[in-house]
Design a protein around this ligand. Sequence first.
Ligand SMILES: [Zn+2]
Ligand SMILES: [Zn+2]
Length: 561
Amino acid sequence: MKPIANLSQIDIDPSVPCFVPLGGSGEIGMNFNLYGYQGQWLVVDMGITFADDTTPPGIDVICPDISCLRSVKDQVAGIVITHAHEDHVGAIHYLWRQIQKPVYCTAFTASVARRKLGEAGLLDQVPLAEVLPGSTQAIGPFELEWVTLTHSVPEANALLLTLGSVRIFHTGDWKLDPHPLEGAHYDDRRLMELGELGIDYLVGDSTNATVDGWSGSEAECHSALLRVIAEQKHRVAVTCFSSNTARLSAIGDIAHETGRRISVLGRSLYNYLQTAKATGYLKNFPDLVPTEDLDYLPRSEQLILATGSQGEPRAAMAKLAKGEHPDLLLEPEDTVVFSSKVIPGNEKKLYRLYDLLAQKRIHVVTEQDAPIHVSGHPCRDELRWMYRALRPTHIIPVHGEARHMIAHAELAESLGLGATQVTNGDVLSLSVQAPKQVGRVQTGRLGLSGSSLVPLSDRALSERRALADGGLITVTLVLDKKCRLVSEPQMQCVGVPTGEVELDSVTADLALAIEDILSEQSSRVLQSDELLREALQREFGHMLRQWLGIKPRQLIQLVRI
Ligand SMILES: [Zn+2]
Ligand SMILES: [Zn+2]
């Protein structure tokens, strides 16, 4: 089905609910979903994703392209954020201006959203309403219930949408953690009740649909971390995801249990600790030791909490591994604990950190060595439990790459449930009978370049990549009125290794070649800078390949006198 630029051009029956994923279906991150009903739209989540090896240089943050919403902006009833992870709330300050409608979320998420909106100078403009977990509300024609689930951040909410006679359960991110350490437990009684009521569609988290068993509990993780840290005789530095309040709580308790004091390195950890305390979490977390006072404590009493569990080069853990942190130098026999998983794509960065630490005789403990991390997403047995409780008629897998979503659909079918695959941009009508694709809208990825969002396919970004791959050679030609070279061409290289070749030594060859090219061109080409540049570029490319074995980006400047 051919994608259409405007959602308003798709023929949608307003009396039947519809679902449109614009980000997060077929990829990890960048979740952005839309529900439509009675001519209005509800946005669910506004997430970002982070750059990987395939992203043009200089782009760190990526947002979904939601330009198809422009034509229905006035029909958006509101924006709902399920929880406080970057892949769900991280784009709020980048994308809100395109929609400009009220935002609804629970207190912890609201606190994270406010910080982002404040940094973007939007705090006064965005109507942000805090809702209570478990509460119900109507946003335009959307009847909504916030259903509490567990995850790796407090207040992970599923949404029960009642749209006429159709009930949709949008899971958000979830797991079944019987001992979540911080925050509410999932409400299994309510889930059973919803199963009795009858769920038509479940739109759900596919992240771990390829993983057997259960994801495990934060309480088990606490025990394993305690064992690891209690064994250490010297300083211990732990890194984990800053938003994982349960893990921070466990580390706070472990400090107490092992007679250590905590010092924090990294802004995002400070921010999340503050957010958690301000919203009623981490009540027993110990007072922090300022990093400048660490020298007064024996190494055996120090527990450092550091950002950078994915090897981010600007975060505290990378600086510690390189010995470049201004406030702390790790020493031989210290231990670094990575209480996190390796997100695919970050392997190289992390292995490099492990090596740097090992070279300094610092012990490294990862989840390969001890069960010191649990995932926040449902594995196959948790999916089975949920689907037996809710008994949805139909599953729509989202939040995953293709293999996760396919495994999710197959698991649903093995339980006798219907399953429909979607990908970003699909417009799906959700009648009581069966889902049906009624159209497709254009989607895509926008990279944050400075303060602008630019399509990753933008020519400037592909040029940036070409420059990063091969460097740049500029050639300046001064031509007289008859298009003859007035002086020798001037060549300059930026980021082009020339090896044995002295550029000066090839300038004479270049001048001859250029004169040849000029003599072969028609007067139409000679009079047009654009056509002449094209002709020169073709030939110049061949010559560069002969001289250097590579073809860097070329910039030919013509000066006519
Ligand atoms: Zn999440
Ligand atoms: Zn997520």
